[in-house]
Design a binder for this molecule. Structure first.
Ligand SMILES: [Mn+2]
Length: 396
């Protein structure tokens, strides 16, 4: 059986005030072309369909167009909600649409949902797990049973996953494909993170990928760079479009999986080409504008002048209206930074910690603030309250 694995569509997302709808429509067009040539039995979307819980009209319309075209291609569509989606809104009309082989798994109902598809080797069980937080399973124990004195209470994201798996009847002799949107990690492997992923609780949402290695394939969403976690068959498809400058060197793709008899699997990344790439360029203003000497750096930068750019100007002298000047040549400059002897001197003067602030999660930042002002770290109970508040905030 062949299927296509997508994730983190984030339909409706804007980056630095620029709508990504046109890029998203372009990516969907290419995905549909792949579906017409590869003829997959299913398309799996592993969460973060929309960028926010209440998507705008244009976003809903684009996804409606995409689903309608998919329905015309004789392929099943299976999707789960991610941490950015509203489970209820995404699951709307799910029971009706299952008749049309469109399986919308928005809300978690206590166990993984099983959607079975057949091929020449027998049955493949797609196990759909929407994004879950420990609070969803409150009152249960890790064994999947109701709380009592004997069972271990659910505290972490790992506990929640263990409980969800325990409550699901999974036959490991059959072929099983997990569809999930948790943050899976493995000791000793540093995940490729992106600034466009939302990470309100630092690393506390991490789950050991060892818990899911028995699946024949894990179709994951959440990390925006395509990558596998310790084993090739445990894989994040990545977002189809670049959503932050931290991703500018990435190549975006969708994943084609060919699952034959148990244990025989082939995984291929199918590349996606953006309308406008997202890039960083660096140099002096005159050089980048091409009005002075025609250098290699300037020529390379101007090759894709419609691209979404982060420009780093290295001029030593003050420039009047640098953004206006840049946009006269590069209409889609998204961000502008300076790097010269002054900014380097400033860097030496600021507190050593200040640069780290951008890479810290809100939870970690609050932890440092608390430590600075209170002279002691948060207690376990205080830390729990802060995490819960941040999760509520995260739900919008
Ligand atoms: Mn995402």
């Amino acid at each position: 059986m062949r299927f296509i694995h997508l994730a983190d569509l984030h339909i409706g997302k804007s980056v630095n005030g620029f709508s990504m709808l046109e890029e998203q429509r372009n990516a969907f067009r290419q995905i549909l072309e792949y579906i017409r040539t590869e003829r997959p039995a299913a398309v799996v979307i592993a969460g973060d369909v929309y960028d926010r819980a209440s998507p705008g009209v244009e976003a809903v319309r684009l996804f409606d167009d995409f689903l309608t075209e998919l329905a015309g291609e004789n392929t099943a569509v299976l999707l789960i909600s991610g941490n950015h989606d509203s489970p209820e809104r995404l699951g709307y009309a799910g029971r009706l649409l299952a008749d049309r082989r469109l399986y919308l798994c928005g809300s978690f109902d206590g166990a993984l949902r099983d959607v079975a598809l057949d091929d020449e080797f027998g049955r493949v069980h797609f196990r759909l797990l929407p994004f879950i937080k420990p609070s969803i399973l409150r009152g249960k124990t890790v064994s999947g049973e109701a709380s009592d004195e004997s069972g271990r209470e659910i505290e972490s994201y790992g506990d929640a996953l263990e409980a969800a798996l325990a409550a699901s009847d999974i036959d490991c002799a059959a072929r099983n494909v997990l569809v999930s949107h948790q943050f899976y990690t493995r000791a000793g492997i540093e995940p490729v993170r992106s600034e466009s992923e939302m990470n309100p609780v630092g690393g506390l949402d991490a789950v050991d990928a060892g818990l899911i290695e028995k699946f024949d394939y894990a179709a994951l969403g959440h990390l925006h760079g395509a990558q596998s976690v310790g084993a090739e068959h445990i894989r994040y498809a990545g977002s189809p479009v670049k959503y932050s400058f931290s991703e500018w060197r990435q190549k975006k793709s969708v994943t084609l999986v060919e699952l034959r008899e148990k244990g025989n699997i082939t995984i291929t990344a199918l590349p996606l080409v953006p309308l406008r790439d997202m890039r960083e360029i660096r140099g002096e203003l005159e050089e980048l504008l091409g009005s002075d000497k025609f250098t290699d750096a300037g020529a390379t930068a101007r090759a894709g002048r419609d691209d979404y750019l982060r420009v780093i100007l290295t001029d030593e002298d003050e420039i009047i209206d640098p953004m206006g000047k840049l946009r006269s040549v590069y209409p889609n400059v998204m961000a502008l930074d300076f790097e010269n002897s002054r900014t380097r001197a400033d860097m030496l003067n600021i507190l050593p910690d200040a640069g780290a602030a951008e890479t810290l999660s809100p939870y970690e930042l609050f932890g440092e603030f608390f430590l600075d002002t209170q002279g002691a770290a948060m207690s376990a109970e205080q830390a729990k309250i802060v995490r819960e508040l941040l999760e509520t905030e995260d739900e919008g």
